[in-house]
Design a protein around this ligand. Structure first.
Ligand code: HEC
Ligand code: HEC
Length: 316
């Protein structure tokens, strides 16, 4: 009887601790953040309808975008190599060929108008002690809202129908995050070179590594720390965390230097699928195996039924 009482007391206190403390600890360690499904409701909707032709003239001219960015699909090369750019801006400005397909249009408009606000980096770039490297667009003499809508329309018009997961990653995360399993460093994919057999040295690869190290130095200075390699982040973090973190890094990590990237839902799915490819390369094989296993069980069940019938048929 006494043992039973002790047992009940122990169970009571264990449950009390579990219900009372665990959710509290959980909420402290894993802050629950509601996802907004990449809606960007804090940003104003575009009131003007953009004109592609005028947008092209602005992006190529008064908008000054080409002073820092390349648009390779339109034959516009980068004004400087990644390392020179990182030496000036801290980071290499991304190519604009497919941003229109990956980023939300409200985000793009806000980015052109006021990058610090779009990226949610007010805590880092107050404009007095520190200015953001991409300047706000001051207008080209006409209606500024219209000019911005025109540029967004142009960027959307040149974006390809299909952006691959790899391209999505490079365009939206690649300037900051390496992905070693994907053989990607912030300045590009690791060259497939051949070693000099006689000396057993691979000079091209060593030169590439030297550039990567230099780039990462500028990047770490700019960001305060080197952004982590994302090769296996898909295993370390839940899909839910990645979603809420990427749509608004400040919601999970207040004060972080990582900008809000502004991906659309589809853009995010592309990036995630690249992260799955590098972090969990055996997933497609596992999924395919699952179907085979189910098929095996179906056939096995049918055979077992047939066998049972044939055994029982003579016994009735
Ligand atoms: C003086 C250089 C400069 C100019 C001019 C400039 N940018 Fe940028 N831009 C940058 C830099 C640097 C970054 C990356 C900043 C970072 O990641 O912290 C960037 C980032 C971007 C991004 C990526 C945002 C994201 O969420 O990943 C887009 C899109 C962009 N710029 C578009 C434009 C457009 C359009 C124009 C012209 C209206 C323009 N930029 C003009 C330097 C510039
Ligand atoms: C302008 C640079 C920049 C860009 C672009 C960028 N990040 Fe980051 N990211 C950072 C920095 C800096 C950190 C480190 C944050 C910290 O510890 O405060 C970080 C951290 C992260 C983390 C780790 C969070 C954690 O605590 O585990 C993830 C995941 C991540 N980034 C994903 C992405 C993805 C996916 C993209 C592209 C869609 C992206 N980032 C684009 C700079 C960037």
């Amino acid at each position: 009887m006494k043992e039973l009482k002790i047992l009940i007391i122990v169970i009571f206190f264990s449950l009390l601790t579990y219900w009372g403390v665990e959710p509290f600890a959980h909420s402290k360690m894993h802050k629950h953040v509601e996802d907004k499904n990449f809606a960007y409701n804090d940003l104003p909707t575009l009131t003007k309808k953009g004109d592609v032709k005028r947008g092209e003239a602005l992006v190529m001219g008064a908008g000054a975008c080409l002073g820092c960015h390349s648009i390779k699909s339109k034959g516009m090369p980068a004004p400087m190599d990644p390392n020179t750019a990182a030496a000036s801006y801290g980071v290499n400005p991304p190519d604009l060929s497919n941003v229109g397909a990956l980023f939300d249009e409200r985000f793009l408009a806000q980015l052109i108008k006021d990058p610090v606000k779009a990226l949610k980096l007010e805590h880092k770039f107050d404009g007095k002690t520190r200015s953001f490297p991409m300047p706000a667009f001051y207008g080209a003499g006409g209606d500024k809202e219209q000019e911005i809508a025109d540029m967004v329309a142009y960027l959307k018009s040149i974006a390809p129908q299909e952006v691959t997961p790899k391209e999505a990653y490079v365009a939206s995360c690649g300037r900051c995050h390496a992905n070693r399993y994907g053989k990607y460093e912030q300045i590009g994919f690791v060259p497939k070179t051949k070693s000099n057999i006689k000396t057993n040295q691979d000079i091209d690869l060593l030169k590439f590594k030297e550039k990567v190290a230099e780039y990462q130095g500028h990047l770490a200075d700019y960001m305060g720390k080197l952004p982590p390699d994302l090769s296996i982040i898909i295993r370390a973090r839940s899909e839910d965390f990645l979603k809420t973190f990427i749509e608004d890094p400040q919601s999970q990590l207040p004060g972080t230097a990582m900008p809000r990237v502004g991906l659309t839902k589809e853009g995010f799915e592309k990036v995630t699928s690249y992260l799955e490819e590098t972090g969990d390369p055996s997933k497609p094989a596992r999924d395919a195996l699952g179907i085979k296993v189910i098929g095996f069980f179906v056939i096995f069940t049918i055979l077992a039924l047939l066998w049972k019938r044939s055994v029982w048929k003579d016994l009735h």
